[in-house]
Design a protein around this ligand. Structure first.
Ligand code: DX5
Ligand code: ZN
Length: 223
C-alpha cells in the first residue's frame, strides 16, 4: 500500500494560511489533515466550517478531517458539504459508533475511527469490516507538538492482527509526535498514513521535510 503523508494544518501559520496551504499543494504531501477540537471532548478549541471551506477552495489534495468533538453525528453532513474527503470520529466520543460510521459513508466520505492512547484496538472488533481507516493516536489529542507515546507500536501490531483476513485494505494512520526520527520504524511496523504537524511546520524548510519523509518511507516494506 502507498505511504501517505498528511501535514496537520493545526501547526500552520494562520496569519499566512494561504501560503502554507499552497506549500502543501506544491509539496509531495498526499493529504491535508484538518483537526477539529471542541473544548469538550478535548481540552482545546481549534477551527471548524469556515476554515475548512477556505482550505477546500485552495487544496488540490484530499482533506482528512479529524473530529475531536462530542456529538459528531450532528455535524458530519456539514463537514462533508464543506469539503471533507475522509472523516475520523473518536471511539471514545461516539455512543452509537456503527450508526455514526453509516452516516459518514452516506455523506460520501471515507469512514475512520480514532483511538486514544488508552483505548485498546480490540474494541473495534465488531466494526472493523466497515471502516476505511483507523487512526491510532500516538499522543493524547488536543495539542500539536507533543511527545510520541511508544506503546503505539504495540497497538499497530494489534491492529494488523485484527484486520488480517477481514479488512486488509484498511489504512492505518498514526497521529501525534510523528517526524523524521520515527517515520521509518512506524512504516516498518505497518503504518500507511502519517500525520505530522510540528515536525513539518517548525522545520527550516517544510517542503524539504515532506520530501524527506516521503523518501524515508519510500523503500520500506511493512512486515
Ligand atoms: C493532536 C492532533 C494532531 C496534531 C499533530 O490532537 O490530532 O493532528 O496536529 O501534531 P504533531 O505532529 O505536532 O504532534
Ligand atoms: Zn489529528
Amino acid at each position: 500500500m502507498q505511504h501517505i503523508i498528511a501535514p496537520s494544518i493545526l501547526s500552520a501559520d494562520f496569519g499566512n494560511l494561504q501560503r502554507d496551504l499552497e506549500m502543501i499543494n506544491q509539496s509531495e504531501a498526499d493529504w491535508f489533515h484538518f483537526d477539529v477540537m471542541d473544548g469538550v471532548f478535548v481540552p482545546n478549541i481549534s477551527f471548524g466550517f469556515p476554515i475548512l471551506k477556505v482550505v477546500k477552495k485552495i487544496a488540490k489534495k484530499p482533506i482528512d478531517v479529524h473530529l475531536m468533538i462530542a456529538n459528531a453525528d450532528n455535524y458530519i453532513q456539514e463537514f462533508a458539504d464543506a469539503g471533507a474527503d475522509s472523516i475520523t470520529v473518536h471511539y471514545e466520543a461516539c455512543a452509537h459508533l456503527h450508526r455514526t460510521i453509516q452516516v459518514i459513508k452516506n455523506a460520501g466520505c471515507k469512514a475512520s475511527v480514532a483511538l486514544n492512547p488508552h483505548t485498546p484496538v480490540n474494541l473495534l472488533q465488531d466494526i472493523i469490516g466497515d471502516l476505511d481507516m483507523v487512526l491510532i493516536m500516538s499522543v493524547n489529542p488536543g495539542f500539536g507538538g507533543q511527545k510520541f507515546i511508544q506503546n503505539t507500536y504495540k497497538k499497530i501490531n494489534d491492529l494488523k492482527a485484527l484486520i488480517r483476513g477481514v479488512n486488509e485494505d484498511l489504512i492505518i494512520e498514526v497521529d501525534g509526535g510523528v517526524g523524521l526520527d520515527n517515520i521509518v520504524p512506524l512504516s516498518r511496523a505497518g503504518v500507511n498514513a502519517f500525520v505530522s504537524g510540528n515536525s513539518i511546520f517548525a522545520s527550516e524548510n517544510p517542503t524539504n521535510t515532506i520530501s524527506e519523509m516521503k523518501r524515508f518511507v519510500g523503500n520500506q516494506q511493512s512486515i
